[in-house]
Design a protein around this ligand. Structure first.
Ligand code: AMP
Length: 415
């Protein structure tokens, strides 16, 4: 038997119902906040990701699924959605109609990480991006929107971690202070961080290795290097969050793994997930649209990890699979023919009804109805046909009622 490849999974019907529910809640909430759905391709030119995410990030260095296609183009399965949405914003000149665009998308992303619980090689994100708004009001608004979604989904135990990564000017000063500090601690860093030290020093700040945690005590904090504008922006984000009653914690080590972030960076964490505690992350990326060839446009966005979110939400919600409102147990070809008409009519009118299509006995049809979780069984055989009625059995109370054939459809619509 051919099995799944490592790090990917099937989302089986029982779970998929919950996924659809989460997707519906997210879409409807985001649309209330003015977001519009966009669908972007799963494959892009490799260059799009290496330029935007950064050549020296973990994603680009070792996690992308990249291949040369038959025409010789270098193609990558998207590791995240932001770069593609930015490309689309620029390519279709969306800014010409209105620089302010709020977009969201839901779909699979691909990163060749070490698989473990909560970490997959094909995983799913709900992603939202806002273009053309520089104001810190927007930073707070999208965090508010995110927390509103989590609260609707009854994910109570989550907290916002917040930092500012400054702009290229303040970050340059910070990076050189950090590099000098790392030089002094070099021998104590883990193997990965030895490598990151020169290429992506910021990343050392959020390394989870105990040795690095210890070595990084007393490291310079970006907060001390923010220019007046970045400081003002960050303070305003915090004030607005307080105004919206969103609790948060600042975390000077929150740097995120991608190069394009500027100013606000945030993560939503929960204790319900064990080691993989981040359920969503995002931030501002004011330089990316220009860097990829578009007009100078501020932007901010976030991505929610669907796999992790659905795991938490599953704990609060029961079975999402739809159960038939009725199962029509027809016996004999004449009754079956009529039942066939009814079932199709009911299904097309929005009522989920089932029937047997294999000429089974009443007993096995009753079993089948029970297995499918039908609320009622409509028994319809020669006796009922002769009496011009059907017998309706409530599967929970075992109560039986007879309903005249001529008023059966009326009975069903009233039900
Ligand atoms: P990122 O795009 O890395 O900022 O990730 C945003 C969110 O996506 C994270 O907070 C996770 O919830 C989720 N995520 C990222 N990578 C994975 C993965 N390999 N498997 C499952 N979820 C992931």
């Amino acid at each position: 038997m051919i099995q799944l490849i490592r790090g990917v999974k099937d989302i089986l019907p029982g779970d998929a119902g919950l996924w659809q529910y989460i997707e519906r809640e997210a879409s409807s909430l985001f649309e209330n906040f003015g977001f519009k759905n966009i669908r972007i391709p799963i494959m892009e030119r490799t260059e799009l990701f290496s330029r935007s995410i950064g050549e020296q990030t973990d994603i680009v260095e070792k996690e992308m699924y990249t291949f040369e296609d038959r025409g010789g183009d270098m193609i990558t399965l998207r590791p995240e959605a932001t770069a593609s949405i930015v490309r689309s914003y620029i390519q279709h000149r969306m800014y010409a109609a209105d620089p302010v665009q709020k977009l969201y998308t839901i779909g699979p992303m691909f990163r060749r990480e070490r698989p473990q619980k909560g970490r997959y090689r094909q995983f799913y994100q709900i992603d939202a991006e806002v273009f053309g708004v520089a104001s810190p009001l927007m930073d707070s608004q999208i965090i508010f929107m995110l927390m509103t979604l989590f609260s609707r989904l009854k994910v109570s135990d989550c907290s916002v971690r917040l930092n500012s990564l400054g702009c290229p000017e303040c970050r340059t000063a910070f990076k050189s202070a950090l590099s000098a500090f790392l030089e002094s601690r070099s021998v104590s860093l883990c193997e990965d961080c030895q490598r990151r030290r020169d290429r992506n020093p910021l990343r050392v700040l959020d390394c989870k290795a105990p040795a690095c945690r210890q070595a990084m005590e007393g490291a310079p904090a970006i907060g001390d290097f923010l220019c007046a504008d970045c400081r003002g922006h960050f303070d305003a984000v915090m004030q607005n969050l307080a105004r919206l009653d969103i609790p948060f914690e600042t975390d000077k080590n929150l740097v995120r793994g991608l190069d394009y972030y500027t100013r606000t960076a945030f993560e939503i964490q929960t204790t319900l997930l064990g080691a993989q505690s981040a359920v969503a992350g995002g931030g501002r990326y004011d330089g990316l649209v220009k860097m990829l060839g578009g007009p100078d446009t501020p932007a901010i966005g976030f991505a929610i990890g669907m796999d992790r979110l659905s795991e938490i939400v599953a704990a609060h919600f029961g079975d999402f699979s739809r159960k038939p409102r009725m199962f029509i147990a027809a016996l004999g070809s004449a009754c079956q023919a009529l039942a066939f008409e009814w079932v199709n009519r009911l299904n097309s009118e929005g009522i989920y009804a089932e029937m047997d299509m294999a000429d089974r006995s009443l007993k096995s049809q009753m079993k089948q109805a029970d297995r499918q979780g039908a609320a009622r069984v409509v028994i319809f055989g020669d006796t009922e046909m002769a009496a011009k009625q059907v017998l309706v059995r409530d599967m929970a109370t075992h109560e039986q009622t007879t309903v005249p054939l001529e008023s059966f459809t009326e009975y069903v619509t009233k039900m």
